[in-house]
Design a protein around this ligand. Structure first.
Ligand SMILES: [Cu+2]
Length: 166
């Protein structure tokens, strides 16, 4: 994470554009790997989201989203998709570390057990905001829709925080 911050501080905006691919690789590694502390917010009935937040390194680099999803009902639910008007494509990812090598895999859906919960957190499952709009900046709140296999939708506002901030 320090490498990312230092590298970013040393880059001008123009260089960031010129070296966008490399910047993207840095930021994705940082966003998907480093631990951070979350905060509050919630919504809804049987399905409840808590601690939603988005971490950004700024600019057009992909941002990562984290939250906890609880299912208070006695029936299993399936989180089957995510979207946001401020992310271009929003996807679910899982970070993995195999023999010290970090990678991310696409996640199509995640089951939420009855009376249980699932967690999206740094270093594990996360949302990937592939093409952040200008609205994705620290202090803002970004609308995200969680879509479930039974057709239900949950709209949640995700506060945006800077990488290294909190
Ligand atoms: Cu990712």
């Amino acid at each position: 994470m320090d490498e990312v911050k230092n590298a970013r501080q040393n880059m001008t905006r123009r260089q960031a554009v010129l070296f966008g691919r490399r910047a993207l690789a840095w930021s994705m590694a940082a966003l998907c790997g480093a631990p951070m502390v979350a905060q509050a917010a919630g919504i809804s009935s049987d399905l409840t989201v808590s601690d939603p937040w988005i971490r950004t390194v700024g600019g057009p680099a992909p941002a990562a989203g984290y939250f906890t999803l609880s299912n208070a009902s006695g029936t299993p639910e399936i989180l089957a998709g995510v979207s946001s008007p401020d992310c271009g494509k929003l996807t679910m990812h899982e970070s993995r570390n195999v023999n010290g090598v970090e990678s991310m895999v696409m996640v199509v859906q995640r089951p939420v057990p009855p009376h249980g919960r699932i967690v999206f957190a740094p270093g594990s499952f996360h949302l990937m905001c592939m093409s952040p709009s200008r609205a994705v900046r620290p202090g803002a709140q970004i609308p995200v829709v969680l879509r479930f296999a039974d057709g239900r939708r949950l709209q949640v506002r995700f506060p945006v925080r800077p990488i290294g901030g909190g």
